[in-house]
Write a protein that binds this ligand. Structure first.
Ligand SMILES: [Zn+2]
Length: 160
């Protein structure tokens, strides 16, 4: 028997050990740096974004019924959607997304916002590095994961 899409989906998600940690997508990552999850239904395959699929699952709403989702954590492969205040994804309009990006871009204290300056290629690259790390090691090498999440390159000499 094929597992239900929900089960198949959550089996690819690796949750961090701390209560507020990201839940990272450990499977396919598209060239835009966001994850990709393939649904098979009625002989059709459909690729969806994992963070959107998570929102659909957790809130029980159709995927077409909500607009853009904002990542509070700025980690494109994070799929942490909860019904509570500890969610990492909020629905927002495109305009809100842009405003949010501008505000956070000016916040020099947030190391995570380094992701925002990345080119598309680098963005995808970093997502895949992070994905590879959690897929192979889970959160065992936590320091490395936190460096990747903050936008640092763990292979590069320390900058801070
Ligand atoms: Zn997150």
């Amino acid at each position: 028997m094929t597992p239900a899409p929900e089960d198949r989906f959550w089996s690819k998600v690796i949750k961090g050990p701390r209560p507020d940690d990201c839940w990272l997508w450990g499977a396919a990552v598209s060239d835009d740096g966001y994850g990709r999850f393939t649904l098979n239904a009625d002989g059709r395959t459909q690729a969806v974004r994992p963070h959107r699929f998570a929102f659909h699952l957790v809130h029980g709403v159709p995927m077409e019924s909500f607009g853009a989702l904002m990542h509070r954590c700025d980690v494109p492969i994070c799929v942490r959607v909860t019904a509570g205040t500890d969610t990492h994804l909020d629905p927002g309009t495109n305009r809100e997304n842009m405003a949010d990006r501008l505000v956070k871009g000016r916040d020099a204290n947030g190391s995570m916002f380094r992701w925002r300056g990345f080119s598309r290629a680098l963005f995808a690259d970093r997502s895949r590095l992070l994905r590879d790390e959690v897929r192979v090691h889970g959160w065992d090498r936590e320091e490395r994961i936190r460096a990747l999440i903050s936008g640092a390159d763990p292979e590069a000499p320390t900058l801070f």
